[in-house]
Design a binder for this molecule. Structure first.
Ligand SMILES: C[S@@+](CC[C@H](N)C(=O)[O-])C[C@H]1O[C@@H](n2cnc3c(N)ncnc32)[C@H](O)[C@@H]1O
Length: 251
């Protein structure tokens, strides 16, 4: 019989590795779900955008047991971890490339009450961010909410000294985590690459991200402007540490 990886251990190891970059990650996730609850009560449809192995989705199933939850990502390997570790039939994971127009078609023809995302949208170029905000502006129902906990630069052109300071503080947080023994991103991926059972999914991942590029880092101003332009009624930052912001937008 071929060797079966222990998917739950890989998910736990992912969560630990990610918390090295966002030390209050668990609190952030719970706060995001609290905000969703306060603004829309029990969402009927909830999206975990760029879900990776489904960390937010898993927590959302516990908080919103009646909701239909959709996790979207481009990475076939992380999506497989999500599928293998999710027992709940209220969650559906699907492939979507946020840089491709029409990425939201996989959700079917529906309106969404809440979209949450973490440490992912900084992979996009500011132009992609604009397009994603426009799509979410059409998909999220009036009164629905978008929340994103992610790095957003303060702006090297707008506030160069404060921007550099925020990056310095962020790098110190990361260095502190790794000095205390938390596994870093590269080590996690190297370990996954050493697991023969993952070879096919990782090759597919390589192919899907081959054209990954970014003109420049997304700033907080880009984010605020994109969501205002996309028709969101209120946009604001609910929390910030260094260059990491919890950004909220009410449609
Ligand atoms: C650091 S991970 C965070 C995953 C998850 N949100 C979490 O907090 O554990 C960044 C995620 O963004 C996804 N991603 C990056 N670019 C993407 C794109 N163009 N379309 C969809 N997902 C993308 C990656 O595949 C990865 O799962």
């Amino acid at each position: 019989m071929s060797h079966q990886p222990d998917w739950t251990t890989w998910l736990t190891r992912w969560d630990t590795q990610q918390a090295g970059y966002l030390p209050d990650r668990e609190d952030q996730f719970q706060l995001m779900l609290d905000v969703v609850h306060r603004l829309v009560d029990q969402p009927k449809r909830f999206v975990d955008l760029a879900c990776g192995p489904g960390s937010i989705s898993a927590r959302a199933t516990r908080r919103f047991p009646q909701a239909e939850i959709i996790g979207l990502d481009l990475d076939p390997f992380l999506l497989e971890i999500a599928r293998q570790t999710t027992a709940s039939d209220q969650v559906r994971f699907a492939e979507a490339n946020l840089r491709t127009p029409g990425w939201d078609a996989v959700m079917g023809d529906c309106q969404i009450d809440a979209v949450c995302s973490a440490t992912a949208l900084h992979w996009l170029d500011p132009a992609d961010l604009d397009a994603v905000a426009q799509t979410l502006g059409r998909r999220i129902r009036p009164g629905g909410v978008f929340l994103n906990a992610d790095t957003m630069r303060l702006g090297p052109d707008e506030v160069p000294r404060l921007d550099a300071l925020a990056v310095e503080l962020r790098d110190e947080i990361w260095a502190g985590s790794h000095a205390s023994g938390v596994e870093d991103w590269q080590t996690w991926w190297d370990a996954a690459a050493a697991e023969p059972a993952f070879a096919e999914l990782l090759a597919e991942r390589e192919a899907r991200f081959a054209d990954r590029w970014k003109g420049r880092d997304i700033t907080l101003t880009d984010t605020i402007q994109s969501y205002r332009k996309a028709g969101f009624a209120e946009v604001a930052v609910l929390g910030q540490v260094a260059d990491k912001h919890l950004f909220a937008a009410i449609r």
